[in-house]
Ligand binder design. Structure first.
Ligand code: SF4
Length: 221
């Protein structure tokens, strides 16, 4: 059975995504293949980050004991874990809604074809992240209307690039589309103005709730 490197696990509320505001179990794996300029979880990606190695049975037991239906698997980059389907399947079969938060660089093809399929929230990394060249746009072929593409935007140039991608891949007719400001870098009102100006229907702005409820630097929330 696979051991997963867990940097932290906790119960909180979903700060973003379609289940924002609902309670959720968070499982954060250590390690990421990107290095975004604005990363707020760099600590979980450091080689010396303390981790607890847990099996899918142990993680499912933790989720079951919480009596919380939503489980968000995040990182770092969770798709770096081989056999991730072993964990997602176990959680789904025990009655959880499972969401994978991925940075958009690794293929979701295999996992999206599983019978017990999790939902995906994929980032599309915009120019200010410094990581746009790593994006895997083939993933857009595997999205359905429960999935989300999230554009974390830090500038007007980011918003304009997001608009190009939304149009090029018809994202608003395939899945949820969210804009999220890089905390402290762009006024959320600028995003709203942009959405109105470009008649962006079927897209939403979303603020990271946990950064408003708790100290923005606080972990484990
Ligand atoms: S993908 Fe996420 S975890 Fe990885 S460097 Fe970027 S923001 Fe940080």
């Amino acid at each position: 059975m696979t051991d997963y490197p867990v940097a932290e696990k906790f119960v909180s509320i979903n700060g973003e995504g379609t289940k924002a505001g609902e309670t959720a179990v968070f499982i954060r794996f250590s390690g990421c293949n990107l290095d975004c300029s604005y990363c707020d979880t760099k600590w979980a990606n450091e080689k010396n980050c303390p981790v607890e190695y847990l099996t899918s049975d142990e993680l499912a037991e933790y989720a079951n004991n919480s009596h919380v239906k939503n489980v968000t698997i995040t990182g770092g980059e969770p798709l770096l874990q081989r056999s991730l389907h072993e964990l997602t399947e176990k959680l789904i079969l025990s009655g959880h809604n499972v969401e994978i938060e991925s940075n958009g660089s690794l293929s979701i093809s295999e996992l999206s074809k599983q019978e017990n399929r999790p939902t995906f929230t994929l980032d599309y990394k915009l120019p200010s992240s410094g990581m746009e060249k790593m994006m895997n746009t083939d993933n857009f072929n595997y999205l359905n209307n429960n999935d989300t593409v999230k554009f974390v935007s830090g500038s007007l140039a980011d918003l304009e690039r997001a608009l190009d991608i939304i149009n090029e891949y018809s994202l608003t007719s395939k899945c949820h589309v969210y804009f999220s400001p890089v905390f402290g870098q762009i006024d959320p009102a600028e995003i709203v103005d942009f959405m109105i100006k470009h008649k962006l229907n079927n897209a939403r702005i979303q603020l990271q709730l946990h950064k408003y409820i708790w100290d923005p630097e606080k972990r484990g929330v």
